[in-house]
Design a protein around this ligand. Structure first.
Ligand SMILES: Nc1ncnc2c1ncn2[C@@H]1O[C@H](COP(=O)(O)OP(=O)(O)OP(=O)(O)O)[C@@H](O)[C@H]1O
Ligand SMILES: [Mg+2]
Length: 239
């Protein structure tokens, strides 16, 4: 199964990908692909592992890459069956080139990962130029879209609807309220964006410091419950 998490910058996609990854990997091999190609992302995800730039996602989709996706998947040092692909601490901005065929290479890479693992989570960047966007929107079994319940969130979602329609993706979209707080009226947002949230991830102040390991504060517990709800829906998806 391939699930994409797509949306605006900074809406909590990566925190959600990690939280879902930690649940999915209890059942089988899970690969999280961080598609942000503008900065090294692996150091924060798999802390302490020094990885060669030859095993970076940039290489995998630059045309210099091999067809063996396993080389680019890095095992989490502490969590069994959880793997990450992304840019390494050894990557330099010019270590790889993104050619015209980067979107095809991205699609191939995702397909190879889906063969190697049981679950692939595409942790997308918010950039329009992200070469994984076509693979995610046309190929993912479900597309989770965290949306801030505010004017920007509504406008962004309304703006991407034509793209979702064009990619035949609208029926696979799962909108999720991101960083929801008491002040937000989710029903107003649903009406303005003409959609239904399938879950509402609360704002968790502690995430700012500790990421998804924020422990058991009330907000973190509510967040974990909503992640379970999303997981339950993804688990229902049939091949
Ligand atoms: N529910 C939440 N409540 C409070 N803070 C959060 C929440 N989710 C994520 N954050 C924090 O917000 C910041 C952005 O989160 P994250 O990196 O997951 O977003 P993103 O959508 O992956 O961003 P990007 O588009 O840059 O990849 C981080 O500092 C993270 O700890
Ligand atoms: Mg991210």
């Amino acid at each position: 199964m391939v699930f994409a998490i797509w949306g605006r910058d900074g809406t909590g996609k990566s925190v959600l990908a990690d939280a879902l990854g930690r649940i999915f990997c209890k059942q089988g091999i899970t690969a999280i692909i961080d598609t942000d190609l503008t900065q090294p992302t692996l150091p924060a995800r798999i802390n302490g592992k020094k990885l060669s730039a030859d095993t970076s996602l940039g290489k995998a989709i630059s045309g210099m890459g091999a067809d063996d996706a396993a080389k680019y998947l890095h095992q989490h040092p502490k969590v069994k069956r959880l793997f990450y692909a992304g840019l390494t601490s050894q990557d330099e901005y010019l270590s790889f080139e993104l050619g015209l065929d980067a979107t095809d290479a991205a699609r191939d890479f995702v397909e190879h990962c889906a063969v190697l693992g049981d679950t692939v989570l595409l942790d997308m960047s918010g950039q329009r130029s992200d070469p994984f966007v076509p693979a995610a929107l046309s190929g993912a079994d479900k597309i989770i879209i965290p949306i801030m319940p505010n004017v920007q969130g509504v406008c962004w979602f309304n703006a991407v609807k034509p793209l979702l329609e064009a990619m035949n993706a609208a029926g696979r979209v799962l909108p999720v309220a991101a960083m929801a707080d008491r002040q937000h009226d989710l029903s107003v947002v649903e009406k303005a964006a003409d959609m239904r949230f399938i879950a509402a991830l609360p704002y968790v102040r502690e995430f700012r410091q500790d990421g998804a390991d924020a422990g058991t504060t009330p907000a973190a517990t509510r967040y974990a419950k909503q992640v379970q709800k999303i997981f339950g829906m993804l688990r229902e998806v049939k091949v």
